[in-house]
Design a protein around this ligand. Structure first.
Ligand code: 5AD
Length: 353
């Protein structure tokens, strides 16, 4: 019976932190509600053991929506003429950090499109300034593909972590989501370089992106097993009206949650955000993610007047518990599911696996 088989698979995954490909495939494609509940309970238990009921917060500063790339899924792609572009000045970014620090954030994530304005000459002094002003804070960068030299210089300037979603571990699929200028090989090479340079590295992928198959999701789990990223950002694909993928259906909240649980069981100490995309697609998406093993949320710390311009997909939320200024709302919502906000850097626990 499929149900009993899935419970057995979940037990193996919780114990061995790996499954044969065919078992991942069966689990992902045949799990019923009860299987999902059991999977979530196992993931929660492991998260509890490693991190307790603490949820880490990261202040997300969206520094620019200019992007040289033209990813078919993304609302800030270069050829989207309808996207109103902005970039924050260095002093605006420092003001965001100042406000975030006062609110209790101890990680700042500088995220942006691949904007030629943010050269090393501009970024290096900015990163060192943030680290000088807030030595007890971690700086995370999420600025796309750069050269080894640039990653190395930014690391020397004090950057602690780097988020670079691989988007899909399947090279053919990668080429269906991106124009030729971007290659799956370079994407993966960037992740290797970042790791080599001593960053805590975040990878990640979209769930239900166009042309993705269940077998590809198995490939994602196998990539996560092998690469063992420190952070893993996964969220449902959500179409953006001004992109070539406007007419595709969004990914599934259930499948995203199932994958969050699997990833928690594969790498008990991974830092796993309940992403904005998950919170956008379902009312209580953030909570559901956390109840499936996520342990990070990234409230928006960008200046209010630019928030609705960083539209990666339709209806991206930046209000309510998604807003850094509404930490109390977030705290209340987390308390309702038995969690509390952790006000520290929230580094990965390396010794738990
Ligand atoms: N739906 C969901 N996620 C998206 N991203 C970009 N566009 C979309 C979309 N339409 C994700 C990508 C990228 C991250 C910043 O946002 O995975 O790496």
């Amino acid at each position: 019976m499929a149900h009993a088989d899935n419970l057995a698979r979940i037990d193996v995954l919780a114990r061995e932190h790996t499954l044969p490909g065919e078992d991942y495939l069966a689990l992902l494609t045949t799990a019923d509600e009860e299987d999902d509940r059991y999977l979530a309970s196992q993931a929660l238990m492991i998260k509890q053991r490693v991190y307790g009921n603490r949820v880490f917060i990261r202040g997300l500063i969206e520094i620019s929506n200019f992007c040289r790339n033209d990813c078919y899924y993304c609302g800030i792609r270069a050829s989207n003429r309808a996207c109103e572009r902005y970039r924050l000045e260095e002093e605006d970014i420092l003001l965001c950090c100042q406000e975030g620090y006062a609110l209790g954030f101890r990680t700042f994530v500088l995220q942006g499109g691949e904007d030629g304005y943010f050269t090393d000459a501009r970024l290096l002094p900015l990163v060192s300034e943030i680290k000088t002003r807030y030595p007890d804070c971690a700086v995370t960068l999420s600025l796309g593909e750069r050269t080894r030299e640039s990653y190395a210089a930014l690391r020397r300037a004090g950057a602690d972590r780097y988020l670079l979603r691989h988007e899909t571990a399947n090279p053919e699929h990668y080429r269906m989501l991106h124009p030729d200028r971007l290659s799956p090989e370079n994407r993966m090479a960037c992740l290797d370089v970042l790791r080599e340079l001593g960053y805590q590295v975040g990878a990640g992928f979209m769930v239900g992106s166009p042309y993705q198959t269940a077998q590809m999701l198995v490939g994602e789990l196998q990539f996560i097993e092998a690469f063992a990223p420190d952070m893993c950002g996964i969220g449902p694909f959500i179409p953006h009206k001004d992109t070539p993928f406007a007419a595709f259906a969004p990914g599934s909240v259930e499948m995203t949650c199932r994958l969050l649980s699997c990833i928690r069981l594969i790498h008990p100490s991974v830092l796993l955000p309940a992403t904005t995309a998950l919170g956008t697609l379902a009312q209580n998406g953030r909570e559901r993610g956390i109840l499936h093993g996520a342990n990070v949320v990234m409230p928006n710390l960008s200046p209010a007047d630019v928030r609705n311009k960083y539209m990666l997909y339709d209806n991206k939320i930046s209000q309510g518990a998604e807003s850094a200024q509404a930490l109390d709302t977030l705290r209340t919502r987390l308390a309702a599911i038995g969690c509390e906000i952790a006000c520290d850097r929230g580094d990965i626990k390396k010794d738990e696996e």
